[in-house]
Write a protein that binds this ligand. Structure first.
Ligand code: 5GP
Length: 141
């Protein structure tokens, strides 16, 4: 299917709507999820336009994983957890709600994750901002 450049993450990339950014480089952007499934739920997106992982160029995929690793390390430290879940949904059938490829970094256990609905409830924006500051501080080290 053709990429929909009006999706919410494309708008975030163009700066048309705000996000709580924790990291950005030439190829990727990481920001806080506004309907977190875990405290510190962070998203990592590619700047290359692609709906699913299958639509992404190998170079963009490599840069994306590099950022996921870097940001996940900071999220893990900032949130003081021993583990985290990486989630990456492809296609409406799999539950993907925003058609721009992204990884979810979820500092929680798989069991806890399964008890929280996906993208269902707005988080506390002040609390989310606080987590973002902690994550950025770890990334700056
Ligand atoms: P998906 O269902 O596509 O795997 O995940 C999309 C994620 O984007 C959901 O976890 C949802 O909470 C999050 N989300 C939806 N709209 C926005 C938004 O406007 N800003 C941010 N930061 N996250 C969003």
């Amino acid at each position: 299917m053709a990429y929909d450049s009006n999706n919410i993450f494309a708008k975030i990339l163009r700066g048309e709507i705000p996000c709580t950014k924790v990291y950005e480089d030439e190829h990727t952007l990481a920001f806080m999820d506004i309907m977190p499934q875990a405290e510190g739920h962070t998203l990592v997106i590619t700047k290359e336009h692609a709906e699913t992982i299958l639509d992404l160029s190998p170079a963009a995929a490599a840069a994306w994983i590099h950022t996921v690793q870097k940001v996940a390390k900071a999220v893990k430290k900032a949130m003081g957890v021993d583990g985290f879940v990486l989630m990456q949904l492809n296609g409406v059938a799999a539950g993907q709600s925003v058609p721009h490829v992204h990884f979810h970094i979820l500092p929680t256990s798989l069991g806890t994750l399964m008890t929280r609905a996906h993208g269902a409830q707005m988080g506390d924006l002040q609390q989310i901002q606080g987590y973002a500051e902690k994550i950025k501080a770890e990334l700056a080290k």
